[in-house]
Design a protein around this ligand. Structure first.
Ligand code: FAD
Length: 475
């Protein structure tokens, strides 16, 4: 027994330092008789794949069940499109994405300069299109006060408290930070942001209204950006981000079982069970579920989760997001003399001209939150022509210069049903880190459960944490 306790202590210390690679291999053996695997992981996105790879490295027999026919989840390189754009996660920082970078190195992949580097913007605001240097004097700029000359994309950051009252990436969960867990709209009002500033910030925000978002949630994101070191350390992945998730899946001894929609999970004394949509029951010692909350809400979990965790799963919202792509066949900016990328306060969201396989590259439209209101319920085939018509209206020089490629609506995507989890005012204080709490032999991961990092690195972090829970349980 003392030896066992000692081992547990060592493992806990290793977990605390994140030194999982130093753990002795072979903690696990083959699956218990009658089980399908020692660990079943639900979801083949970054969180699930990272958990599976780490557990396999430690000798566990792992099986990943994926509902869709594709591996990668919200990492999705459109390999069948010109320029092979990324429709999901694609940017990472050399400063704060240690797990992503380790896996890139392990797989022999290559980071490339960030595609957005050096990009120049025009603004389309209040119905007028202006270049960035014309913004301060433009009649389209009706911002009052000290924020008048600030380009609209920097307004949100300007009003957040600086330096950040969050001392580190963990501090958003400290009780002392609860004072900031208030409506971002109310905060902006009290900080003197006028109605036009609020309107411009809201036009690009994750929620449908600034009152839907906790100021503390935005402070958490800003802290991660600060640690990420701004724009200079940003990178993309050569060949697209799916090369990472494809490579991670290829590391697994057992192929990911695709087309398996999980509908329920059960934790018992001796093991755990997962039920799929065909009624088949899969058995393991432990289960890690990485399904995004809109999908987790549909699962039957037994025994019932504690009320606070169940309520967090029910209530924590997801933002809306549509991506639309156009191939650029002629350089439309030569006709009107404006920068090729456009920041808009309307339904086009952010329009970026990214480098691709041709000298003119392609257009990537990121239409989030409020901007997506009129589009998000439409089938993807209807979104593309509507956006093309709006682009021609906003920027007449694009007429005849663009070839529509595709639209991808994350809000109605069957396996995500949203963009990213965020927090409404009061939800951080109420729910804290409860989404990550294990429930018997059921463990939870996915970007919505991350504590320190955001985005893709947050997903990796959450998979690592869930894998460590199981390693510690099994030691
Ligand atoms: C448009 C967009 C742009 C982004 N840009 C960036 C960026 O530039 N940088 C960055 O760091 N992050 C970015 N992100 C965020 C990043 O992509 C995500 O945080 C990360 O990929 C999430 O990984 P995950 O494993 O938590 O979830 P997911 O990738 O969503 O994986 C969950 C998996 O579970 C599966 N699943 C769901 N339900 C079931 C079920 N019932 N049964 C079986 N399987 C199920 C899904 O099919 C999916 O494969 C972006 C996200 C989006 C959508």
């Amino acid at each position: 027994m003392p030896g066992h306790q000692n081992r547990r202590r060592v493992l806990k210390q290793l977990a605390a330092t994140g030194a999982i690679a130093a753990l002795p291999a072979g903690l696990g053996a083959c699956a218990r008789k009658g089980n399908d695997a020692q660990v079943i992981v639900i979801g083949a996105g970054l969180a699930g794949l990272n958990a599976a790879v780490l557990l396999q490295d430690q000798g566990f027999d792992v099986l990943v069940l994926e509902g869709s026919e594709r591996i990668g989840g919200r990492v999705y390189t459109l390999d069948d499109q010109p320029h092979k754009p990324d429709a999901g996660g694609s940017e990472f920082s050399l400063k704060s994405y240690a797990r992503i970078l380790d896996m890139i190195t392990r797989l022999g992949l290559e980071p490339i300069p960030w595609r957005g580097a050096g990009m120049q913007f025009a603004f389309h605001v209040n119905g007028q299109t202006v270049a960035v240097d014309q913004w301060p004097a433009s009649p389209a700029n009706i911002v009052q006060g000290q924020a008048h000359d600030i380009p609209p994309m920097f307004l949100s950051g300007m009003f957040l408290p600086r330096p950040s009252p969050l001392s580190d990436l963990n501090a958003w969960l400290d009780p002392a930070a609860a004072q900031y867990d208030v409506s971002f709209g109310e905060f902006l009002q009290s900080a003197g942001a006028g109605p036009e500033v609020q309107r411009l910030i809201a036009s690009r925000a994750e929620g449908d209204s600034l009152d839907d978002i906790s100021e503390l949630w935005l402070m958490r994101s800003a802290k991660f950006s600060e640690v990420s070191g701004g724009i200079e350390p940003l990178r993309n992945l050569k060949g697209g981000m799916s090369r990472l998730t494809d490579g991670m899946a290829a590391l697994l001894n057992r192929p990911v079982a695709t087309g398996v929609k999980v509908t329920g999970m059960q934790s018992g004394e001796a093991g755990a069970e997962v039920k799929d949509a065909t009624g088949k029951v899969w058995r393991a010692d432990h289960v890690i579920c990485t399904a995004p909350l809109p999908l987790l809400r549909q699962m039957v979990i037994a025994p019932a989760l504690p009320p606070l965790q169940a309520s967090a799963i029910r209530q924590i919202p997801y933002g809306h997001h549509i991506e639309v792509f156009f191939d650029i066949v002629e350089p439309y900016w030569e006709e009107d003399g404006l920068p090729s990328s456009i920041w808009t306060d309307g339904p086009l969201g952010l329009v970026l001209n990214l480098p691709g396989d041709t000298p003119t590259g392609y257009l990537w439209l990121a239409i989030s939150g409020q901007a997506s209101k009129g589009l998000r319920q439409l089938p993807e085939a209807e979104i593309l022509p509507r956006v093309a018509a709006e682009l021609e209206r906003v920027r007449p020089s694009t007429r005849g210069c663009l070839r529509p490629m595709t639209a991808h609506n994350w809000s109605t995507h069957p396996w995500t049903q949203g963009h990213l989890a965020y927090r409404e005012p009061g939800q951080i204080t109420e729910f804290g880190g409860v989404l990550a709490e294990p429930h018997g032999r059921l463990h939870f991961a996915g970007e919505h459960t991350s504590r320190l990092a955001g985005g893709m690195e947050g997903a990796m972090e959450s998979g690592e944490r869930a894998a460590l829970e199981i390693i510690l349980d099994s030691a």
